[in-house]
Design a binder for this molecule. Sequence first.
Ligand SMILES: Nc1ncnc2c1ncn2[C@@H]1O[C@H](COP(=O)(O)OP(=O)(O)OP(=O)(O)O)[C@@H](O)[C@H]1O
Length: 334
Amino acid sequence: MSESTTIKLKQVSVGYRDSRGKERIVKSGISLGAEKGELVALIGGNGIGKSTLLRALAGFQPPITGDISVSGKSISAYREKELATMMSFVSTEIIRVANLSVFEMVALGRFPHTNWFGKLTDEDRQIVNESIRMVGLDGYQTRPINQISDGERQRAMIARTLAQDTDIIVLDEPTAFLDVPNKYEIVSILHHLAREKNKTIIFSTHDLNIAVSEVDMIWLMLQDDVVQGAPEDLILNGQFPLLFQKSDLTFDMEKGDFRIKRHLKHAVQLTGKGAELLWTQKALERNGLEVTNEADTNIEITVRSEPPCWQVQTADSDKTFYSVYHLCRYLREL
Ligand SMILES: Nc1ncnc2c1ncn2[C@@H]1O[C@H](COP(=O)(O)OP(=O)(O)OP(=O)(O)O)[C@@H](O)[C@H]1O
């Protein structure tokens, strides 16, 4: 980690204290960093400590040991309002304050910059409207926050952090509860903000495919370790697949996707090209068939296009199917 590292965590442990002050450490030995202009995804299984770490990072709960610093200064040394001009936080809790409009909710982000009475200047109003526009909510200014969709509310929450105008934005599961296009849209907004506005953005997520394709760095929380790197580094060095170690999932290094471990019954030889070949292979594997290039299989499948059809040759039959569905039904009977 270079000297310019915006955020630095050094041998941090995070956790909770019970009512008698007894510590319960959730995760320890966390040493991570992030630079300006980077989009970082925090990834790890349920209950591993992502929200706990993000709350510590945002200054809401002190780390139990170790140090978290922002721009070279420990966050414990910042005054609350000073930290709020540097770092904003979006939690998973859905804010549905009745009677608060989108404009008023986004305007709350201006609080570290306003005077004692919190009165907005013309410039503040301009920043709030610009933030709303940037997340694609122009025209929603007067809509009550409890009468818009989860995806729109998530955008409004991001607009609030934009209005807060901090160099660092921390978000806890901003893509939870959203449909797939909205998940991509939100991450693409974050990506754009990191690049164009030179912000450091850290968000936790369970959307692994999106994270792998969109972020500069992954902070990976494993059972026994916390590591960081470009998604591709963590995939190539075998750390990313450790996420699925104790599950029925496996990570396909070649295709970069996840699949359920299956007991494969037969080997088949498959020939064809393009998208038809790729999707036929996925269907065959789902049905317990291992696709191989070995010539000594008893089943040969040829994918043809125009019209798409699938020819299946075995020792005693030669059949053609016109959909993957009918092909699979036949193969399951073999
Ligand atoms: N306020 C709290 N007091 C005590 N323990 C807590 C508190 N909040 C969370 N925990 C515990 O800390 C551990 C980590 O929880 P955390 O919410 O940080 O996990 P997470 O990685 O964000 O999980 P998920 O992916 O399920 O949201 C869990 O065992 C949880 O039960």
